[in-house]
Design a protein. Structure first.
Length: 284
């Protein structure tokens, strides 16, 4: 008999998934993880009642969180990924031939192992790439203590509740700024803005002491219900998010990268924000 998974992210509003088969489930003192099969979305992973990723639509999120900063930078050789244990961000980063080294900091090796087993298409062999360096550590401690420098930092974290909350803190942003090269770019997932508009205000407020240019860009991920997802952007060079379409087209064509969601037009258009978001940011 098919059971139902009901997401509990919002009070009074949510989505449900028909569970065809539970592939993995674990309850600890601090969290509950379940991986199950669904007819429409394939393999689905949920943590503490909140959908984290699905097999069917993960590319919309991973491509935009990766390719927008990397093509905007244009010459990123060293990339840092915070979180991202499912391997989707690493997979997309490794498609860029100019990237010489990518460090991924994940707090729990078991997350990587489980995703390799149950969501193998997310990483698609990226963990075997010799350019990849996997560090099992706390992300905020890593950025605050490392002496390494990176051209692009991508924070692929859970929502700002529980263990993931520190990755939305001023201390984390300060640490990221300190290990960015001059002209580097920081990006991070920042929630579904229609449902969580206060989060973009808080993030801008916390980013502003460390980055001369702080804004957001958008993508649409069916799994993350409620409208557009905002992705935070921080850099000291405002020109990097204002590249003309021809420049992005040239870089994309030269890369030879094949995508399913990202393209140069989406890149440029993603920085156009709905008016209610513009006004919310002006209040900060």
């Amino acid at each position: 008999m098919t059971t139902t998974f009901l997401e509990t992210l919002y009070d009074g509003y949510g989505q449900s998934y028909a569970v065809e088969e539970v592939l993995f489930e674990q309850q600890t003192d601090s969290w509950h993880l379940v991986i199950f099969r669904n007819k429409e979305f394939g393999t689905v992973m949920a943590l503490d009642g909140i959908i984290q990723t699905t097999e069917r639509d993960e590319f919309t999120y991973h491509e935009m969180l990766t390719h927008v900063p990397l093509f905007a930078h244009g010459a990123a050789k060293r990339v840092l990924i915070i979180g991202g244990g499912d391997g989707g961000i690493l997979r997309e980063v490794m498609k860029h031939s100019e990237v010489e080294h990518a460090t991924q900091v994940e707090i729990d090796q078991s997350v990587i192992d489980m995703c390799k087993t149950y969501l193998p298409k997310h990483s698609d062999g990226a963990y075997d790439d010799p350019r990849a360096n996997i560090v099992i550590a706390d992300g905020i401690e890593f950025v605050c203590e490392t002496s390494e420098k990176f051209d692009v930092i991508i924070s692929d974290c859970t929502d700002p509740v529980g263990p993931g909350e520190v990755l939305f803190s001023s201390r984390f942003y300060e640490g990221c700024k300190n290990c960015l090269t001059e002209g580097g770019i920081f990006v991070a997932q920042n929630g579904v803005v229609f449902m969580q508009v206060d989060e973009v205000q808080t993030t801008r407020r916390r980013l502003s002491p460390y980055f001369a240019d702080q804004t957001f860009y958008c993508t649409a991920v069916p799994t993350y219900i409620g409208g557009l997802m905002t992705l935070a952007w921080g850099s000291d060079n405002a020109g990097l998010r204002a590249l003309d379409l021809d420049t992005v087209k040239q870089r994309f064509a030269k890369s030879g990268i094949k995508t399913r969601y990202y393209n140069p037009e989406m890149h440029v258009g993603s920085f156009a924000l709905p008016q209610y978001v513009v006004e919310a940011l002006e209040e900060v």
